[in-house]
Design a protein around this ligand. Structure first.
Ligand code: ZN
Ligand code: ZN
Length: 265
């Protein structure tokens, strides 16, 4: 199995060395892992209220460190990825930056709506003041824009807007159908991210119905634990693999130098 969403302490909210993450992956019998730490927001001229990414001058060190780890294990293949915040208006700048660095894959994620880090527990109470129907509309429009930017191989934790358990009352099916359609049309790979099981919402990203819609639309899938500590590597993967299989998936997607390939589950 593959775990393509591992962080490092460089982002200031994770712990453990990459070697410790690798040791845990070996222990859990994973075949492939990829580090995807938070891309420096400073390079996109964005300053969040709390520091949640590595500093710009650390990016090369990060890449070197992970590249040096490749071949370190006989059991686990290692990939160098990155998780980049999708911020509308930064597409051109980001495209130029991604040309400069060589990644195996790029995860696009949404953590910010304007200057609100809606994934951060510090700012979760803001949800209570909002019209959730409007909020979901805004969030999913960002998801579709992210995919259409063509900058990302994978979309991270696709429905993370549910993280703290706030959901509109209405039927979300139209969002799932449109999202699956956009992923397929743009060739964006879906991430089954297991971290949501440890969040207040207590379910994987994406919602089961969204995963089903993606399968029906022929969207490719990969897996990520979003580990911010070594013990979280491969968390709930047994359950996640079962879910993929019952949904109909027979393979997951892996990347090398941004070229995708399938691996049987
Ligand atoms: Zn993080
Ligand atoms: Zn994230």
């Amino acid at each position: 199995m593959v775990d393509y969403h591992l962080h490092t302490p460089r982002c200031c909210h994770a712990e453990g060395t990459p070697e410790e993450y690798l040791a845990e992956a070996e222990r859990k019998g994973l075949r492939e892992i990829g580090f995807a730490d938070h891309f420096p927001l400073g390079l996109l001229d964005y300053v969040p209220r709390a520091q949640v990414t590595m500093n710009p001058d650390e990016l090369w060190q990060y890449i070197k460190q992970i590249e040096a780890l490749k071949g370190f294990s006989k059991k686990v293949d290692i990939k160098t990825g990155i998780e980049v915040d999708y911020l509308p208006g930064t597409e051109e700048k980001l495209a130029a930056l991604l040309e400069e660095y060589s990644f195996d894959y790029v995860i696009g994620s949404i953590h910010f709506i304007e200057d609100w880090d809606f994934t951060h527990p510090f700012y979760a109470e803001t949800y209570g003041d909002l019209d959730l129907n409007k909020l979901y509309r805004t969030y999913f429009e960002l998801v579709w824009k992210l995919c259409r930017s063509g900058l990302f191989d994978i979309i991270g934790h696709i429905d993370v807007i549910k993280k703290f358990g706030y959901r509109p009352d209405g039927d979300l099916e139209p969002y799932w159908i449109e999202t699956a359609r956009v992923l397929k049309a743009t060739g964006t790979c879906l991430e089954l991210n297991t971290a949501g099981r440890d969040a207040p919402v207590n379910e994987f990203y994406p919602h089961k119905r969204l995963l089903e819609a993606c399968f029906k639309s022929g969207v490719s899938v990969t897996m990520g634990s979003d580990a911010h500590g070594p013990l979280q590597v491969g968390r709930y993967f047994k359950e996640a693999v079962e879910l993929l299989k019952t949904t109909g998936y027979k393979e997951v997607t892996v990347f090398e130098k941004r070229v995708m390939r399938s691996m049987p589950i």
